[in-house]
Design a protein around this ligand. Structure first.
Ligand SMILES: [Zn+2]
Length: 281
């Protein structure tokens, strides 16, 4: 079943005086949404007990959780301690995902730094192979682990790079952030054919089964010469991408992904808009 939900709580949630996981889960359910991405972006700061309670709050409201791993991960780092930390961030995110009843996590693979592109991609690939072994050793391979397409040109994470990483292990499934793809490609996503191309390229590399489990981030994003600048809301008329042609592409390919809205402050409201567009298209 297709899923729509926000990344974290939007401004309206706080303006209503709501707070905490129980409020959040009920609020998302009342909006008619059915998934939620919980962010460990700035680190894993919650206790195991809070993680359990948070997970239960969402599960009991029928909301499926995904978890975003810390932003500090960089599998193309040339510093050994940062490499080790990167494995630990993913493994610990997965352990917490299990406690919270989440079935999938998302992470940013790496950034080029001073390396040339090919070296950075190869280094990332090699370390994701090691990460895959660690995931299996820790009995975490029943979860879905999604490397994400990235929006800045120096970040590793084109559509093809991510798809290729996903062939390392069965549990790696692409997270395609269409705002990121559109940003790094200077506004490439306009027609439903543009979205079909991205989905078909991904399918040709990872296969149909993995594409059916696709994780999606969707928001409009401002971009410049070096790609992503900042996340916008659906009210923006300048940058895109628009959701309508993507909804059409999903229907053509009969795909029902896990779709998270990352609009700036209106991620809840815009997730509802995406759902309406999809079901009215
Ligand atoms: Zn992300």
């Amino acid at each position: 079943m297709i899923k729509f939900g926000p990344s974290g709580n939007g401004e309206q949630f706080y303006n209503l005086g709501l707070s905490g996981a129980k409020d959040s889960a009920k609020y998302v359910k009342d909006l008619g949404l059915n998934c939620f991405e919980y962010s460990f972006g700035r680190g894993i700061t919650l206790s195991q007990k809070t993680a359990e309670e948070t997970g239960n709050a969402f599960l009991s409201n029928g909301i499926e959780l995904s978890i975003h791993a810390p932003y500090f991960i960089n599998f193309a780092t040339v510093e050994e301690d940062k490499e080790i930390n990167s494995y630990n961030y993913v493994i610990n995110t997965l352990k917490y995902a299990k406690i919270m009843g989440a079935k999938r996590i998302v992470f940013h693979p790496s950034t080029q730094g001073k390396l040339d592109r090919q070296s950075a991609v190869e280094l990332t690939h090699k370390r994701l192979e090691k990460l895959a072994d660690l995931i299996v050793e820790n009995n975490l391979d029943d979860l879905i682990v999604c490397p994400e397409t990235m929006g800045k040109s120096k970040q590793i994470g084109t559509v093809e790079e991510i798809a290729n990483f996903c062939n390392i292990a069965p549990f790696f499934v692409p997270a395609i952030d269409f705002g990121h793809v559109n940003s790094r490609e200077n506004g490439s996503l306009n027609t439903h054919q543009d979205f079909l191309n991205v989905l078909n390229v991904t399918k040709s590399i990872v296969g149909e089964e993995k594409l059916s489990k696709l994780h999606v981030h969707f928001s409009k994003i401002m971009y410049g010469d070096k790609g992503e600048i900042k996340h916008l809301t659906f009210d923006d008329q300048t940058y895109g991408p628009n959701f309508e042609p993507f909804a059409k592409a999903l229907k053509i390919l009969d795909l029902e992904p896990f779709i998270i809205c990352e609009s700036a402050g209106t991620q809840d409201i815009d997730a509802v808009k995406m759902k309406q567009i999809y079901f009215n298209a």
